[in-house]
Design a protein around this ligand. Structure first.
Ligand code: AMP
Ligand code: GLY
Length: 431
C-alpha cells in the first residue's frame, strides 16, 4: 500500500519509520527532512497548503491513504485537500481539528455537554470582563484562543506575578485575537493520553508525562516539550481510576463531536491534570504529541499503516503495545526556547547509537548539500525503551555525546529524583 505522510519533525520521523515497515512511504514537507526523506520512495518538498500541487502529486503517485500530522496543517485544512479527492485520510478534517485550534470551541463543548473535568473558565473580549473574572478566580491561567506551539499559556504566580501583569497579558491577547480564555489555575500532576480514533470509538495508547519547562527542576519558560517518559499501563503517580476517568472524558468528547455532526477521525490527544478533585482537562489536541508520539510508537505491536487504514475506514482495528518503559530527551539548539541558534551543523554517530540500542529522530532540522543544520526549534530526540525506566534513562544519557553540535538537553527527565518529587506532589494533593 502507498501511504502519504504530510509534515516533518521528530514526531513525523517515527511515524515515517513505522509506516515504512509495511507500506511504501511517500512524503510531503516544506523543507527537506533527511530522516523522513531517506525512508520515503519519493518526497515532495513543497508548501503542503498548496492544495492544487499536493493533491495532484498524491493522485499521480496513486497513494491509497494519507496522514497529515502537524497542528498547523490540520488547522489549514490540509486533510480536506485529500479527502475532497476521495483519498482515505486518517487525520481530522479542518472542522474536527477545531478541538485543538479553537480553545473556545473545546471548552464550550465541554461546558454545554457537561463533560466532566472542565475547570472554571470564561472566554472574554473586554478588559472589564477580564478584570471581573480574574478577581473572582484569584489564581488563573491565561490562554490565547488559537495555536501557539505550546508557548502562549501564562500562569499566575509563575509567569504573571501581579494582577497588573495578568490584565496586561489579557489586554495584549484581546487586542491581538479579539478574545482571551481565562481559567482557574489548577494544581496537580500532568499526563498525556493519546488515542487512535475512527469517528466513533478510540484505542488508547499508554499514558506519558511530558516536561514543558525549559530547565531542570521544571524552571524557566514553556517549550514544545523537552522530553518525556512512560512506564507501561500507568504512570507512577496514577491509579487505574485516573486512567479510566481520562478515557471516559475522551470517549464522551468524541461522542459529542459525532452527535453534533463533526466526527473526529485521527489522533485525539488529551492533556490532563490529576488534581485533588480528580482528573481535569488542560487541553485537547488533534494530533500526536511531540515528544509523546515517540514514547508510544516505539512500543506499538500493530502495523501503523493497518491502524491508520482502519481509522480512515471508520472501523478501528485492535491495537497492541508492549509493556516496556520509555524515556525521550530532546537535544535543542543553544538559546532555545527564546532564541534558538539556527543554521548550525549537527552530526550523529549512527553506529554508536546502534550499538547502544538508542534511537534518534530528527526534529526541526533541514539538509543542505548533505549536511544537517539546526533551525530555531528542537533539533533531535533520543529515545530508549527498556524493562525499567532507569535503564531507559541511562541509555539515553549515555548516547547524548554521540550527537555533536551546539545543543543542550534536560538531564533530569526520567530520573529517580524527579519522579520521586512528582509522586510526593501527587501524594500531598490527594491527602
Ligand atoms: P497548554 O498549551 O494549554 O497545554 O498549556 C501549557 C501548559 O500550561 C500546560 O501544560 C500546563 O502546565 C499549564 N496550564 C494550562 N492550563 C492550566 C490551568 N488551568 N492551570 C494550571 N496550569 C495550566
Ligand atoms: N508535547 C506537547 C504537545 O505536543 O503538545
Amino acid at each position: 500500500m502507498k501511504v502519504l505522510l504530510v509534515g516533518s519533525g521528530a514526531r513525523e520521523h517515527i511515524i515515517a519509520e513505522q509506516l515504512s515497515k509495511s507500506s511504501e512511504l511517500y512524503s510531503i514537507m516544506p523543507k527537506k527532512h533527511p530522516g523522513i526523506a531517506s525512508l520515503s520512495e519519493e518526497t515532495l518538498v513543497h508548501d503542503p497548503t498548496d492544495s492544487a500541487v499536493v493533491g495532484q502529486w498524491a493522485k499521480e503517485k496513486g497513494v491509497a491513504l494519507v496522514f497529515v500530522s502537524p497542528d498547523g496543517l490540520l488547522e489549514k485544512g490540509v486533510t480536506d485537500t485529500f479527502s475532497d479527492l476521495g483519498i482515505p485520510v486518517a487525520s481530522p478534517s479542518k472542522s474536527a481539528a477545531r478541538i485543538e485550534w479553537d480553545k473556545s470551541y473545546a471548552r464550550n463543548l465541554m461546558k454545554a455537554k457537561e463533560i466532566p473535568g472542565c475547570p472554571r473558565l470564561k472566554v472574554v473580549s473586554s478588559l472589564e470582563e477580564a478584570r471581573e473574572f480574574v478577581s473572582e478566580l484569584g489564581e488563573v491561567a491565561v490562554k490565547p484562543i488559537g495555536l501557539t506551539g505550546g508557548k502562549g499559556v501564562k500562569i499566575s504566580g509563575e509567569h504573571l506575578n501581579s494582577e497588573e501583569e495578568i490584565l496586561g497579558y489579557c489586554s495584549k491577547l484581546i487586542e491581538q485575537d479579539g478574545s482571551v480564555l481565562i481559567e482557574e489555575r489548577l494544581e496537580g500532576e500532568e499526563f498525556t493520553l493519546q488515542a487512535f480514533c475512527d469517528g466513533n470509538g478510540l484505542a488508547l495508547m499508554p499514558p506519558v508525562q511530558d516536561h514543558k519547562r525549559a530547565f531542570e527542576g521544571d524552571e524557566g519558560p514553556n517549550t514544545g516539550g523537552m522530553g518525556s517518559y512512560s512506564t507501561g499501563k500507568l504512570l507512577p503517580f496514577m491509579e487505574q481510576k485516573d486512567l479510566d476517568d481520562a478515557k471516559g472524558i475522551m470517549q464522551r468528547t468524541l461522542m459529542e463531536m459525532k452527535n453534533e455532526g463533526n466526527p473526529f477521525t485521527g489522533i485525539l490527544y488529551g492533556q490532563f491534570m490529576l488534581t485533588r478533585d480528580g482528573v481535569k482537562v488542560i487541553e485537547f489536541n488533534a494530533r500526536f504529541g511531540d515528544p509523546e508520539a515517540m514514547n508510544v510508537l516505539i512500543l506499538l505491536g500493530t502495523e501503523l499503516s493497518e491502524v491508520f487504514l482502519s481509522m480512515a475506514n471508520g472501523k478501528l482495528c485492535p491495537v497492541s503495545f508492549s509493556n516496556e518503559c520509555t524515556v525521550v530527551k530532546y537535544l535543542v539548539p543553544e538559546g532555545y526556547p527564546l532564541e534558538g541558534k539556527a543554521d548550525q551543523p549537527v552530526t550523529v554517530d549512527e553506529e554508536g547509537l546502534w550499538n547502544k540500542g538508542v534511537k534518534l529522530y530528527l526534529g526541526s532540522v533541514y539538509e543542505k548539500e548533505g549536511v544537517t543544520y539546526t533551525t530555531t526549534s528542537r533539533t533531535a530526540a533520543l529515545v530508549s525503551k527498556a524493562e525499567t525506566r532507569q535503564e531507559a534513562e541511562n541509555a539515553v544519557e549515555s548516547a547524548i555525546s554521540l550527537v555533536s553540535g551546539p545543543l543542550w538537553h534536560r538531564k533530569d527527565i526520567g530520573t529517580d529524583e524527579l519522579i520521586s518529587r512528582r509522586m510526593e506532589h501527587a501524594r500531598r494533593l490527594k491527602q
